[in-house]
Design a protein around this ligand. Structure first.
Ligand SMILES: [Zn+2]
Length: 380
């Protein structure tokens, strides 16, 4: 491992608490200064990771994110303050990190990571932190790390739970060794449906930062071949051993994936659906104006209903539908809607299986309704 560039007296003072640690010391600090770490996503996981990596003196921090700060991000994305609402995340993150530690260089990629740009971006960094919140990006980061031989410091969260591991590091297994195929898209709950307690990504993202610092300095035992599971409600950590799968399509003995693929297609991001499955907001407005026969059912949660709703709708949250679908008449057409049109598709599938003749899902949900039909309807 390289020694890294010398530290200035100012840096020596700033990182003094690291020098008393024999596993880090001046050598470790110089290695941190030499390190180039890429954060894929500057959200719930990327926020604490970025803050600790910058504070700890990682020389270059790259940030890939094309999103803007939304008010509903602030409950967990601690890189951003109220003043940052509406601003590009990369820009706001850079400003915050510069203030935290001016000795660190930030390299921004205000773009979505794609199969087209991933290898070019990742190639320039030593360690990759996966802070993404979706399966296509997760598989993309994993495959790119395997192809380039870079460690993928993985983290994921769900409600009160999280998991961390270091994939693709030397002989380490990769994400595909553990999860060969993505879950079907209809089984993936949207974030507003699943929810997350803000401190949970704080814990998982901090563990990712710790793994990065260990990899960069050589201290300790990285989470290689181990999946660390955290249950926040029980305050319990567990560990699963994971092995490299010789039949893994990307890191196995006879890999079939030798270049990046179309990850949206691989993860089954749904193509536009037929007219008998979905209805557009414009068609629904026309339908409601012409006829009173249509039954509108809102399958969101009560807290979402209290923010906004369509006139004449009945609230039956998706989870209550199996007990309450009898409230809807099977002989009249039904239009189901939710926030963005995912849950209402599941509701449609369920109702059709119960023998309902005409059930359509509102494409884009109330979000599209407020964008295209009624700008006074609050968005969330
Ligand atoms: Zn693998």
């Amino acid at each position: 491992m390289m020694a890294g560039p010398p530290l200035t007296p100012v840096e020596m003072r700033r990182y003094a608490r690291h020098f008393s640690l024999p596993e880090i010391g001046e050598t470790g600090q110089r290695r941190l200064k030499a390190a180039r770490v890429l954060l894929v996503g500057a959200g719930g996981l990327g926020s604490p990771a970025a803050l600790y990596l910058a504070a700890g003196g990682v020389g270059v921090i790259g940030i890939v994110d094309d999103d803007r700060v939304d008010e509903s991000n602030l409950q967990r994305q601690i890189l951003y303050g109220t003043q940052a609402i509406g601003r590009p995340k990369g820009e706001a993150a850079e400003e915050r990190l510069r203030d935290l530690n001016p000795h660190v260089r930030i390299e921004r990629f205000d773009a979505r990571l794609t199969s087209g740009n991933a290898l070019g971006i990742l190639r320039e960094f030593d360690v990759i932190v996966d802070g993404s919140d979706n399966f296509p990006t997760r598989y993309l980061v994993n495959d790119a790390c395997v192809l380039l031989g870079k460690p993928d410091v993985y983290g994921a969260i769900f409600r009160f739970e999280g998991q961390v591991s270091v994939f693709a590091h030397r002989e380490a297994p990769c994400y595909r060794c553990l999860f060969r195929d993505p879950p079907p898209p209809e089984l993936i709950p949207s974030c507003e449906q699943a929810g997350v307690l803000g401190v949970v990504p704080g814990i998982i993202g901090s563990l990712q930062a710790l793994e990065v610092m260990k990899l960069a300095t050589g201290a300790g035992q990285p989470l290689v071949g181990r999946l660390l599971l955290f249950d926040g409600l029980l305050a319990r950590f567990r560990e699963l051993p994971i092995r490299r799968d010789p039949a893994c399509p990307v890191c196995g003995d006879h890999p079939t994936i030798r270049e990046l693929i179309d990850y949206d297609a691989f993860c089954g991001t749904p193509a536009p659906l037929a007219d008998e499955v979905e209805i557009t907001v414009a068609s629904l407005r026309q339908l409601l104006a012409e006829s009173r026969a249509v039954q509108l059912v809102d399958v969101r949660e009560p807290w979402e209903w209290s923010i906004c709703r369509l006139d004449g709708a009945n609230l039956i949250p998706l989870r209550e539908l199996p007990q309450r679908f009898g409230e809807l008449e099977a002989s009249r057409p039904v239009v189901a809607y939710c926030h963005t049109g995912q849950r209402s598709l599941i509701a449609r599938q369920f109702l059709m299986a119960q023998g309902y003749g005409s059930v359509r899902s509102l494409r884009g949900g109330v979000d599209s309704w407020s964008r295209e039909i009624d700008p006074d309807m609050p968005r969330y």
